[in-house]
Design a protein around this ligand. Structure first.
Ligand SMILES: [Zn+2]
Ligand SMILES: [Zn+2]
Length: 247
């Protein structure tokens, strides 16, 4: 009997060989990146700001905050991303967002689980960063919700897809050309329709890309105002250089 699941996954791999998330070449096994793409991708697994996850060039020691977080502590408790958003990672992330490439979700969820272990450890509820209903209607799915759903399934954590709501359509954060504009774009754009869902709980909000953190900040404010005890943000990728913002 114990052989069955193994046999089943072996058969699945034979029928649908796992592909590299980036270049879609077949992999030897498991989900992830092929060796060539692995070399291109910049993982955020070095020293980062303990709050916003900004990578540091040199290790200033555990628990260090960046200048921006020291000057103005964000409303969220911690934000982390797996990869740097750049030329190498942009392709598959945009494919997931705009091109119906939902087959990328399991591979990405696997990475969110691996790299988000510290955040997942004390998360009570997984919540996707929502799209406004107009945009959802146009795109038919919310990539953050698909990632959150797959992550919740993998980690057996409760999921509340509608815990956060976008109250007004906002412009794409990538299209805004200043940090101030991005902040204003999402300020007050989120609400928690059923505060009972989040009161006293540690919320893990899932998104695809952290641009300036303005969306994370607005989501965290709404969740905390509704009574959430802690808000952590987990994203696939993070913009590190301003020149990589355009999406
Ligand atoms: Zn590849
Ligand atoms: Zn920081």
């Amino acid at each position: 009997m114990r052989m069955l699941p193994k046999l089943k996954s072996g058969l699945l791999d034979l029928l649908f060989p796992p592909l590299c998330i980036i270049c879609r070449e077949p992999l030897g096994g498991g989900h992830g990146f092929c060796a060539a793409c692995w070399m291109e991708i910049v993982f955020l697994d070095g020293p980062v700001c303990d709050c916003c996850g900004l990578p540091f060039g040199v290790d200033p020691g555990e628990g260090t905050l960046c200048a921006a977080c020291l000057a103005k502590p964000p409303a969220y408790d911690r934000a982390r991303a797996i990869l740097v958003y750049d030329q190498a990672s942009r392709g598959p992330i945009l494919a997931l967002k705009h091109a119906d490439r939902l087959e990328l979700v399991p591979g990405f969820a696997h990475w969110l689980e691996r790299s988000g272990r510290a955040l997942l450890a004390d998360a009570d509820l997984i919540v996707p960063v929502p799209l406004h209903r107009f945009r959802l209607w146009r795109r038919r799915y919310n990539q953050a919700a698909e990632l959150a759903r797959a992550l919740a399934r993998r980690t057996s954590r409760p999921l509340a897809v509608g815990a956060l709501e976008r109250t007004r359509p906002t412009q794409s954060q990538g299209a805004m050309n200043s940090a101030k504009g991005r902040r204003r774009n999402v300020q007050g754009a989120f609400r928690v329709p059923q505060p009972a869902l989040v009161v006293g709980r540690n919320i893990l909000a899932v998104d695809d890309v952290l641009t300036t953190g303005a969306t994370a900040e607005a989501c965290a404010r709404a969740l905390k105002r509704a009574g959430a005890a802690k808000v952590q943000i987990l994203a696939l990728a993070r913009v590190v250089k301003a020149s990589d913002v355009l999406i």
